[in-house]
Design a protein around this ligand. Sequence first.
Ligand code: VTB
Length: 322
Amino acid sequence: MDRNLPVNLGRVTEAAALASAKFLGRGDKNMADQAAVDAMRRMFDTININGEVVIGEGEMDEAPMLYIGEQIGTAGDDGLKVDIAVDPLDGTRSVANGLPNAISVVGVAPSGCLLHAPDTYMAKIAVGPKAKGVIDIKKSVKENIDNVAKALNKDVSDITVVVIDRPRHVQLVQEIREAGARIKMISDGDVLGAISTCFDYTNVDILMGTGGAPEGVIAAVALKCLGGELQGILKPATDEQRQRCIKMGADLEKVYHIDDLAKGDQMVFAATGVSYGELLQGVKYMENNTATTHTLILRAETGTIRFIESIHTLDKKPEYAK
Ligand code: VTB
């Protein structure tokens, strides 16, 4: 895969972040999301790929842009065919409510390598490279925490588990507490939660809990690039979701390992911070109509991790004009 693609994907997530960060704290999650989708879609039109959205904004009849099955990029049939997974704004509520850790995110892999995940929930466990190989989603919370503590040479009481703050996690939270570990509660964004396990300075060791299955595939792309591990089990919340899973050929008993979600090592990934955050800074609006963005760019083949800080002169980017 083109080694410049990751940087170009960074342009795509930067564009979405610049457009949606304007809506920080303004109480309107739809506006924030729409701005991200529009900007991401526009920037994709400049990228030389032959892509198909496999994780996107929804089915064709419910999403006008970045819908599942949409063809993306300028390469045409001669270019390498790729699967694209997007979440133009992971954390729409966070942006609307002025909360941290919203990101714009894109993952790309050769065609057929990304799981076409149904839009339902997925129970997940994820760790960074140092704890790879010791987790098992079928084991108890305590066993997993103990095993990760051993792998990291840490006391259990120094292990931090990141969990999305949801009523469905009451039992999980109790089990983590009983196991003796710490909890970092996040309001949204388990993609960033999973990625955090790969960076020591976030001090997050494990992601546990149930979030979106599409987000599970996106997180798997990132963790593939970073050498971490993720396992998931589909958890449809309603009968309708269950039927959709079955229709898509999904296996509700199966443990989806990282390679089932994102196959091979040819993937690339980009994420730009939208609201302020620990791993990625949010968009900052500066003097003279300039703005800064902070982007993480990953390439699985070489394992290169890039953090790119960009200064955007918005006067020269009329699409972001006030
Ligand atoms: C998570 C989280 C997302 O959805 O997947 C979550 O990563 C799961 O859904 O940021 P609920 O909000 O229904 O719990 C998000 O919060 C939004 O896509």
